[in-house]
Design a protein around this ligand. Structure first.
Ligand code: VGL
Ligand code: ZN
Length: 190
């Protein structure tokens, strides 16, 4: 049973066309089936006084995140394109945090890795949560085994009590990545 209150935040990760639409370039199986469920949870959270925050993967056209530039992923969520927009059925009822705009790599909503220097740059997410007095986060969205998992593990590392809502998330499941992410999250105290 998931409780909500003013010290809780629901983090809705990367429910964007490229992941959530069957025609998206990195379409996650079942991604469009969780949108209404997430809307329901988000309104429930707001009514209980909780905070709801959305993240967006937000890449430049060229980034070492993409296979064509040395990474592993097809081109997706390029800033300002259809693929980077929220799924049209997602009701965005809280602030959104974009990650990767300067070509940074990585999966977490909290931190980005500068591909040249290798240093980690924080996003606005942690200060948004601290400013609201949040101590507990519930993480859902796309994809369970990448951005949801890394966001959840970073949240835990920052000291937030962290729960992943797996029924409101869907996985890419690339070469056992879902099992690995589940084990890593458990080991991290998520
Ligand atoms: C994601 C792969 C590449 C995600 C983002 O949102 O899980 N996965 N970029
Ligand atoms: Zn990405």
């Amino acid at each position: 049973m998931v409780r909500y209150g003013p010290s809780t935040a629901l983090l809705v990760v990367d429910v964007q066309n490229d992941f959530a639409d069957p025609a998206g370039s990195l379409s996650v199986k079942g991604g469009d089936t969780i949108v209404d469920l997430i809307n329901g949870k988000a309104w429930k959270a707001i009514r209980a006084g909780a905070f709801v925050v959305y993240t967006q993967d937000w890449h430049p056209a060229t980034t070492p995140h993409f296979a064509k530039d040395g990474g592993i992923w097809p081109v997706h969520c390029v800033a300002g394109t259809w693929g980077a927009a929220f799924h049209p059925a997602l009701e965005v009822i809280g602030p959104s945090v974009r990650k990767g705009a300067n070509g940074e790599d990585g999966y977490s909503g909290f931190t980005m890795r500068d591909p040249t220097s290798g240093t980690t740059v924080p996003t606005a997410l942690e200060s948004l949560l601290r400013g609201r007095g949040v101590t507990r986060v519930l993480v859902c969205g796309l994809a369970t085994d990448f951005c949801v998992a890394w966001t959840a593990m970073d949240a835990r590392a920052e000291g937030f009590e962290t729960v992943v809502l797996e029924d409101l998330s869907r996985a890419i499941d690339l070469g056992g990545s879902l099992d690995k992410a589940r084990a890593d999250m458990r080991a991290a105290g998520v």
